[in-house]
Design a protein around this ligand. Structure first.
Ligand code: FEO
Length: 410
């Protein structure tokens, strides 16, 4: 096939694959993605940074050929394969690449080496170069420095920095799941790209928030952060101006939130739904931003970017068999997995439910949210269909929650 590379600096090309059709990344709904790889031409060696998803090697190899042609080189020869991370969306075609460029040496972290051995048993005996922070590779006029980045977002993750041009190849960090025709973030509306970056962060990176805060400090201490002129992640758009995404990551990682409440609810016979709407009215009466997610229509991965930047949530589900309506269970599970308290933000929560003859949902929802690190500061349980008095109380509960997050700022 024919596919073009894209030059991002002298002797540096994007040679990745565009996955136009992907709609789910292990349960995270996405509008496609890219698996970005980069070719760096030194005077003596050529390095390929990262690799592509299953079935995407035809794009990768076509773009590599194109980059060599643009550099005026007849022989397509890669000397160095750098794996910043070993999740399979970046390694499925690595073995095929190793076979195609059989003289190439692999550079990766110690954990990445272990993980590659466990994925591609053929790698046993393959001589890999294990690198860490402080190690560098000279390609001839171009220096690639390595920075260990464990838990951003896997234990094996690392960054590679092209020092002379200040290009940080950050693997998953700073990326988005988007399949677009142009490569730079700046080719599109900034708000649109940041929104997809936030969705990516909330679903895939948030667990590493504490590590990320420390990593920013370390990069500062090493003097690397100030040298970063461009961030080239392995998914989505390349940041020609890294400032907005670095600032956003610093905020997300350190739990900076808005005066905002995310209301999440499900319903059986519209009662809990009516309570959710009344709570939202109360929140809005305090001029606090409010977003609503009806979990018959939404999935947990769609809500978490709003939870990330909310100071509080309101979570409601009807009682069924003395427990919360089961469909809310996957939301609770996902909120627990993502460990938002790791960002240092102890989010408030209001729990609500409509029951029939016996309760139980409020107790269980409270326990699950507290276990997930939320501060359940209030709850409300209605019996059967809420009348206007009950809805007025829900309004007041919403208002009171909104007031409390504003007061926290005082
Ligand atoms: Fe894009 Fe963690 O892989």
């Amino acid at each position: 096939m024919k596919a073009e590379s894209f030059k991002i600096a002298d002797g540096v090309y994007w040679v990745g694959a565009i996955d136009w059709d992907r709609r789910s990344f292990h349960g995270f709904g996405i509008p496609g993605s890219t698996y970005n790889c980069y070719l760096v031409f030194g005077d003596e060696k050529v390095a390929l940074i990262d690799n592509v998803e299953h079935g995407m090697s035809n794009q990768l190899f076509a773009r590599i050929e194109d980059a060599f042609a643009k550099e005026g080189k007849d022989e397509v020869k890669i000397d160095v394969l750098i794996q910043n991370h070993s999740e399979m969306d970046h390694t499925f075609c690595l073995w095929e690449t190793v076979n195609k460029f059989s003289d190439a040496e692999i550079y990766c972290s110690k954990k990445c080496e272990e993980f590659l051995q466990a994925q591609f048993h053929d790698f046993r005996g393959y001589d890999m170069n294990v690198v860490k922070t402080g190690d560098a590779l000279d390609l001839g006029g171009k220096t690639l420095a390595f920075v260990s980045a464990p838990m951003l977002h896997w234990p094996d993750s690392m960054f590679t920095m092209y020092m002379e041009e200040g290009i940080l190849f950050s693997n998953d960090a700073f990326g988005q799941h988007l399949a677009l025709s142009k490569r730079y973030a700046e080719d599109y509306d900034l708000g649109f790209i940041l929104d997809y970056s936030k969705r990516f962060y909330a679903n895939l990176v948030v667990l590493g928030s504490m590590t990320l805060t420390r990593k920013f400090d370390e990069l500062n201490d090493l003097g690397i952060l100030e040298q970063v002129k461009m961030i080239a992640p392995c998914h989505g758009q390349i940041w020609k101006n890294p400032e907005p995404i670095v600032e956003a990551y610093q905020n997300w990682a350190s739990g900076v939130c808005k005066d905002k409440i995310t209301v999440i609810y499900d319903t059986m016979h519209h009662s809990t739904q009516k309570m959710a709407h009344a709570i939202a009215e109360g929140i809005m009466s305090e001029d606090v931003e409010c977003v609503l997610y009806f979990m018959q229509e939404n999935t947990p991965d769609e809500i978490v970017h709003d939870v990330l930047e909310s100071k509080a949530i309101a979570l409601g589900a009807p009682t069924m068999m003395n427990k919360p309506y089961p469909r809310i269970g996957s939301t609770l599970y996902w909120l627990d997995c993502l460990n938002f308290k790791g960002t240092g933000s102890f989010k408030k929560a209001l729990v609500f439910s409509s029951k029939g003859w016996a309760g139980g949902a409020v107790k269980k929802l409270t326990a699950e949210l507290e276990n997930a690190g939320f501060d359940v500061c209030d709850s409300y349980e209605a019996t059967f269909v809420p009348d206007s008095d009950v809805l007025d109380e829900c309004f007041e509960k919403g208002k009171s929650l909104a007031k409390s997050i504003k007061e926290d700022n005082l």
